[in-house]
Write a new protein. Structure first.
Length: 117
């Protein structure tokens, strides 16, 4: 089992930046990693994902060019760098790990991001 702990959320003004971190309890070398978010009244949506080696990344259209996902497998960390944040980015952000060789998938507890003036 993999435990995921997110951090780095908070309150930021429109146009501001944040970096979210996700620390895994054990090796994530063979896991696709992703960030999801869920705003009140909305379904959880995929924000960005990254392949096990870090060479492939994908983003939802609304964050393309503003968010960057990265990973450090040696440190068991995944990051989401967010620039030019807007009120519509307000949500709880969740880290997700999906095994590339089994049906295992794990979630963190989430970290709140609030964008408001």
């Amino acid at each position: 089992q993999v435990q995921l702990v997110e951090s780095g959320g908070g309150l930021v003004q429109p146009g501001g930046s944040l970096r979210l971190s996700c620390e895994a309890s054990r090796s994530i070398n063979f896991y696709d990693m992703a960030w999801y978010r869920q705003a009140p009244g909305n379904e959880r949506e995929l924000v960005a994902n990254i392949s096990p080696g870090g060479s492939n990344t994908e983003y939802t259209d609304s964050v393309e060019g503003r968010f960057t996902i990265s990973r450090d497998n040696a440190q068991r960390m995944v990051y989401l760098r967010m620039f030019n944040l807007q009120p519509e980015d307000t949500a709880v952000y969740y880290c997700n790990a999906k095994s590339t060789w089994s049906s295992e998938a794990y979630w963190g507890q989430g970290t709140q991001v609030t964008v408001s003036s």
